[in-house]
Design a protein around this ligand. Sequence first.
Ligand code: GLY
Length: 587
Amino acid sequence: MEIRKLFQAFCLIICSIHFLLYFPLTAVAKQTNLLPPGYAIASANPLATNAGLEILSQGGNAFDAAVAVSAVLAVVEPYHSGLGGGGFWLLHQEKEHKNIFIDGRETAPLAAKEDMFLASDGRLIPELSLNGGLAAAIPGEPAALVYIAKNYGRLPLTKTLAPAIKLAEEGFLVDKQLSSFLKNKDRLEQIRKYPSTAKIFLNKGQPFQIGERFIQKDLANTLKLLAMKENQGFYAGEVAQRLVKGVNAAGGIWTLEDLARYRIKVREPLIGAFHNMLIITSPPPSAGGIALLTMLNILSHYPLSSYSKIQWIHYLAESMRLAYWQRERFLGDPDFISIPVERLLSAENGKQLSSLIPAHKALPSDVLRGKVKQKTLKPAHSSNTTHFSIIDGEGNRVSATMSINYIFGSSVVAEGTGVLLNDQMDDFATKPGEENVFGLVGGNKNAIAPGKRPLSSMTPTFLELPDRVAILGTPGGSRIPTMILIASLVFHDTYGAISMVSSMRFHHQYLPDVLQFEPDTFSPAIQDALKNMGYHLLPLKRYYGDMQAITWDKSTNMLTAASDPRAIGLAAAIVSTPSGYGHGAQF
Ligand code: GLY
């Protein structure tokens, strides 16, 4: 039996005592020699999925396709991610049996200060970290794409960025998502404030309509410079000068040194186990991986499959509450603070946390925190960020989540660059103890400091069962980790990609102390039962998330790719037939 199978058998035995293990298993997670029957991509936009498929059909690997898909998403969903933002790319090299986490998260400018979003009386001014130049952190996506292309791809950037350049230069037809985000009153007002932004996103002063052609010539030129000069095309020279000038004219504090000093970080992914399932996920500065493993650690103490629906919801909701409680107290940028990762993910911690959960009632958040003011019951915003998943014919995988934070980020485009800048500074604890745009209450560990990365919820993840593999992730702000939790449990319960992206969603994040749920998720009887248990319910009017998942069943050698039915993405699995590649399935 090979090492990975042995490990999983070992987990099965050990997990009955210590259900969740944490240690870097990158080298241990050895794969079988079986190769996928083809390749698959699931992304939030059909144009991005098609660009990735084109690169794979030209002989590129999953990492080349990842560069192409990231760049096309930057062009066709500029309101979600882009060169002005950052992200996390989780890579798996099949031959090398290696998992790698590329942290292309933005950093605070060197002139940033802990109290930069506070008025002189100490009051938080929330708009400052959401809109305008001060909200923008130093982008990481361009450097991440260059690094992935140079270290893992086999095609030059001139080839992998070509689809994005073409779509920016020649334009594409506005889809319903771009059109509806452009009609958002608050965002439209911000876009109108900056002529360099309005010039791109408005058509004769009005939002573009569905079917109109949307062209971004300046962005095409910036992408060309990146393709030709790599980091020097973005972090130095003309583009860098324009970025600094544009951000500072909009109230920012950037310098050329900020851009010149930006570096991606290559980190060790977190690896844990839930019964016989390995979870390979995002380390800090993502809070998502630790939250996911903590929730699974807690849940491994309960026989979930034998539970009634109400018990199942109760234990999931409480595991969510406890994981987000831990987030506030311990998490931040690991290069600036020390995070007791091993202790947080230990079986002992899982046991202690699970012992806090009452069997038949909710655990009020104020018991955990001391008396807290009940926060507003407003649903957190979640229309932001994007995700894609890829597997190639050699078994290499990519799970990537990218963001400019809130829709249209800071709304600032530096004149002549076409680059819409992020408002990722809002992901810091702008005033510890206060809520951010996702309703998350930040702790001191995530306070602002020059060069520091803000804590993120982005959670690109791989799951491995003895005979099945999953690649998954989603946008959705603070709700990302709980969506990944539910999808992981669905996968563990033998279901595949289609069930993972379409299953019901509910969310608890400790503060505010409310259990949010999508329309039609809880029946009136379940809602009554939850209320009787002490839950404050928040029925949402809209669905959330946009999960992109791929599953590879090694026992049947079947690839399935699925894109969340809640949005406009496209998943495609192209499998080989005896006469060559050709049989495709799209969802
Ligand atoms: N800006 C969203 C996140 O990183 O969680």
